[in-house]
Ligand binder design. Structure first.
Ligand SMILES: NC(=O)c1ccc[n+]([C@@H]2O[C@H](COP(=O)([O-])OP(=O)(O)OC[C@H]3O[C@@H](n4cnc5c(N)ncnc54)[C@H](OP(=O)(O)O)[C@@H]3O)[C@@H](O)[C@H]2O)c1
Length: 263
């Protein structure tokens, strides 16, 4: 199947490692031109060089803070200057801190809003004119399976990602006539630094080994393991491609069967 991603211009936020990197790598393997961004300059430059070397594609490395409006605008402007337009946008960022309702102040809620929901609004707003000008485009967000099954200790994440899902659903109807599709990927537990650090935090808190924590997690996943960033990235490339041309406003779970809901 030809995904028809060759030569398409894709912006991928929060992509020096983890889920964002997985999507960037899959797009690079399909021949897309990339504009990648994250906060640490050295790490994003290193990843850009690796992708250029391994796939021969053009990669623009950017310092990006997804929670900062000026940074998003700068990233968008630099991408348009380099590649003359934008076809695909991947919205991603770090995750908000874990904790329960009474642990968080107004400031914590505001920060989570800027990082995980307002970032999506701002990135779509910044890139829309270019997608329209090119006759269409595609947006993909990274949310979480917690949208369907809230996770007890991740209340900030649960709430913001539900907002993103609603934003995407609303815009999918408004922008279909502009040939712009928007979808979400809902990771379950994909083996990234964030998951490793959450497991290590729990192992310290509960006084058991990290292997015991992982084993307990695996027992809640029908496939009995965490996903890989490659498996996650391939799903992203599919939803961003013409192979998914009739899919918009949808959320795809990449969770090894962990979600217990029917829909
Ligand atoms: N992994 C999972 O199974 C899973 C499940 C559910 C939800 N999620 C969510 O998916 C997102 C990505 O998670 P991950 O597991 O890939 O995390 P990760 O392995 O820690 O990678 C995070 C990436 O995002 C970048 N980043 C962090 N904050 C940023 C910001 N404000 N602006 C721009 N880039 C930023 C990091 O680079 P810098 O630090 O240099 O910026 C890094 O490249 C998070 O929101 C997480 O909560 C992950």
């Amino acid at each position: 199947m030809d995904l028809k991603l060759k030569g398409k211009v894709a912006m991928v936020a929060a992509s020096s490692k983890g889920l964002g990197y997985g999507i960037a790598e899959a797009l690079a393997q399909e021949g897309a031109s990339l504009s990648i961004g994250s906060r640490t300059e050295k790490e994003i430059e290193t990843v850009a060089e690796k992708l250029r070397r391994e796939t021969g594609i053009s990669v623009l490395a950017n310092v990006l803070d997804s929670s900062n409006p000026q940074s998003i605008q700068k990233w968008t402007d630099a991408t348009i200057k380099e590649f003359k337009g934008i076809d695909k946008l991947v919205i991603n960022a770090g995750g908000p801190p874990a904790g329960k309702f009474e642990d968080f102040s107004d400031e914590d809620w505001q920060e989570a809003f800027e990082l995980n929901l307002f970032s999506a609004i701002r990135m779509i707003r910044a890139t829309l004119p270019s997608m329209r000008k090119r006759g269409g485009g595609c947006v993909l967000t990274v949310t979480s399976m917690s949208v369907k099954e809230p996770i007890d200790v991740l209340i900030l994440s649960n709430v913001m990602r539900s907002g993103v899902t609603s934003l995407v659903k609303s815009l999918s109807a408004q922008l279909a006539s502009d040939n712009i599709r928007l979808n979400n990927l809902m990771p379950g537990r994909i083996n990234t630094d964030r998951i490793r650090s959450l497991d290590s935090m729990n192992s310290e808190k509960m006084g058991v080994s990290i292997e015991q924590i992982q084993e307990a997690s695996y027992n809640n996943i029908p496939m009995g393991r965490y996903g890989t960033i490659e498996e996650f990235g391939r799903c992203g490339a599919f939803l961003l491609s013409d192979a998914a041309s009739y899919i918009t406003g949808s959320s795809l779970a990449v969770d090894g069967g962990a979600l217990k809901t029917v829909w």
